[in-house]
Design a protein around this ligand. Sequence first.
Ligand code: GLN
Length: 471
Amino acid sequence: EKCLSRADKVKKLNAFVRILKNESLNCASESQIKFQHGKVRSKIEGVAIAVKDNFCTKGITTTCSSKMLNDFVPTYNATVVQRLKDAGSILIGKTNMDEFAMGSGTVDSIHGVTKNIWGSDIPYMLGNKSVNDGIPSKGGTFERVAGGSSGGSAVAVATGSCFAALGSDTGGSTRNPAAYCGIVGLKPTYGSVSRFGLIPLVNSMDVPGIMARSVSDVADVFNVISGFDENDSTTLERDKSAVVLNDSFNISSIKVGIPKEYHCPGMSPVVIDAWKRVANLLEEAGATVSQVSLPHTGYSIACYSVLNQCEVASNMARYDGLEYGLRPEQTKSTEQLYADSRKHGFNDVVRGRILAGNYFLIQSNYEKYFMKAMKVRRLIANDFKNVWSKVDVLLTPVTLSEPPLLKEFIKLDNREQCSTQDYCTQPANMSGCPAISIPVCLSASSLPISLQLMAPNFQEQSLLSASHWLE
Ligand code: GLN
C-alpha cells in the first residue's frame, strides 16, 4: 500500500504506464498468508517490483511505448516475469521507456517523457535530508533527464514506488538511467538471464537488467531470475550457485583495471574527479589498481549503430498489421496495409533505423557494413578477453556527466543523444560481460554520479562482491 501511495504521489514524473493496483494488493494478501504459515517462497516474497513495458505480461498490455503495440495483450509471461511471480514478488506496474527501447533518455514514448526525481520539485529523502534542498527546480526549468531507455523503471525505484525493477540493456539502457537516478543497475552476462518474452531490440546483445537501491537487493533478484531456460537457446546450463554477498569481502585480493580509452572528450570534470577518487579509495584499501588498454573502444558506437539497425530491420518485420501491430482501418492492398501500419505505428526513430538497417543489408553493402561491423565487434570482444588475463574488474564512468537538463537534451536528435550517452556502457554489450552502475556521489546538495564495474563473463559473484564493498 505504501508503494502504491508513493507511486501516486510522484505520478507527474511519469514512471509508470500502468499501475496494477488490485492485482498487486491481491498478491500482497497472498504473501501475507505465506508469511503467517512460514511458507515464504524466496527472499523476495511480498516485495513490490516494477517491470519495463517491453517484457510480456500475461493478460496485461505490453506496449513497448509504441502505437504499434498499443493494444497488445500477451498470452504468456516472459520467463523473468514468471520467475519473479513464482518467487512471491508483487508486480506493481509496467514502466515507461523509449519506443522499442531505442533511446537513452525515456523521451521518445507514446506515453510522454519520464522525468528524473533529482532536480524535480518533489521532496525525496536521502537519510534525513531532502535531496532537493540545494537544487532549484521550480517551473520545470531545472528538470533533469531520467536516462533511458529504462527510465520509468529507474524512477520507480528511485522514488520508492517499488523495491526493484526490471529494465533491458542492449547498449546501456539499464545502467544509464540507474546512474542518472542514483540507484544500482546491473546488466548481467549475456546468456545468464533468459530473454524469452522480452520484446527484442538487438537479439545478439539484449539482456534483462535489474535495478534496485542496493547491490544486495540486485543480487537477490538476480538469484531468482538467472539460469537456463529451455525457451531461450542462448541461456547456458551452468552450475547455478546463488550469488552470496558478505561484509568481509577482501578487497585487497582484487586487481582493478582503469581502461585509458574510457577517458573521452566531453567527459565532465565532476565525473573524472569521482573516478579518480574511487580508484584511490580502492588502492588505499589494498586493491591493485593499474591502467589498462582496450584499444578498440572508440569504434564501439559506430559498430553498434550498424549492428543495431541491421537487427532492428530484421526484427521489426514481424509488425505488419496482420499477426502483430496496429491495423489501419482502410487498406487497398496488402502492400498498402504493411506501409500504413508502419507509417502510423512507429515513430521516426524506429522507421529511421529500419531504413538504415535495410540499406546496410542490401547485397552490395552487406560486406562493406554488416560484415565489417561483425569483425569490429570481435576486435572489441577480444580487447576484453585480453584484459581479463591481467585484471579482475574494470572501473569506468557510466555516463559522461550528471543527468543533463531535459530542455537541453531534447534539442538533440536520437542519434546524437545515444552516441554520447552510450560511450562507456556499449562495449560491455559487445563482449557480453556483466557490468554494473553504482552510485558513488549521492549528496543532498548535488546530482547523482555513478561509476561502472565490469567483470569477465559469468563472474557476477566477484562483480557484485566488489560493488557491495564500494557502495
Ligand atoms: N541507446 C541505445 C539505443 O538506442 C541503447 C538502448 C538500449 O540499451 N536498449 O540503441
